[in-house]
Design a protein around this ligand. Structure first.
Ligand code: FEO
Length: 184
């Protein structure tokens, strides 16, 4: 009899594979928002979204590595088309928060599964993602607050100009991706 070397249950392996696709989808959503921002001459927001799209790809890569490290198999699936484009900056940032909340909920479900199975290696690995999500939700809420402060859907051209500049110039204030890239 051949020894079973796959250290993940089928259920967890499937859930992690689905999460890989969800991270890829998140990257697509950020790319869509980046292109929308570029089309509307919002270069600061474009830069932010491009960078964040990259962060989602890092998440995806880390989960792929983890599944393979556990002797299990990753199958890459199709990514669905991102949601329709926003119609204003407030909506754009609401979409960011919405995306992050969905991602958090999906990760929580896998954390629960790993706990029920007593798969502490997976549980432990996922804590990194739980922390990431906490930071990303904070970041999304912060963006949303700034958009509301700048006038929300009533935002003037001048406020839009300043907000775009602020988001483009505050790389340090938004510590996206720089500290998490495990591939370098
Ligand atoms: Fe990969 Fe924004 O969570």
């Amino acid at each position: 009899m051949t020894m079973k070397t796959d250290r993940l249950s089928q259920t967890l392996c499937r859930a992690l594979n689905d999460q890989i696709t969800l991270e890829a989808y998140s990257a697509q959503v950020y790319l869509m928002l980046a292109c929308w921002a570029d089309e509307h001459m919002l270069d600061g927001i474009n830069r932010f979204m491009m960078k964040h799209s990259q962060e989602e790809r890092v998440h995806m890569a880390k989960i792929i590595e983890y599944v393979q490290e556990r002797g299990s198999i990753v199958k890459i699936e199709a990514i669905k088309k991102p949601s329709p484009e926003p119609t204003n900056i407030l909506e754009c940032f609401e979409m960011v928060l919405q995306q992050e909340i969905e991602n958090t909920e999906s990760i929580y479900r896998i954390v629960n599964m790993s706990m029920q199975e007593g798969d502490w290696a997976t549980w432990n690995f996922l804590q990194w993602l739980v922390n990431e999500q906490r930071e990303e939700e904070k970041l999304a809420l912060d963006l949303l607050d700034k958009a509301k402060l700048a006038g929300g859907i009533e935002m003037t051209d001048n406020a839009r100009f300043e907000l775009n500049k602020l988001i483009g110039n505050t790389g340090q204030e938004f510590p996206v991706a720089d500290h998490v890239n495990p591939l370098v």
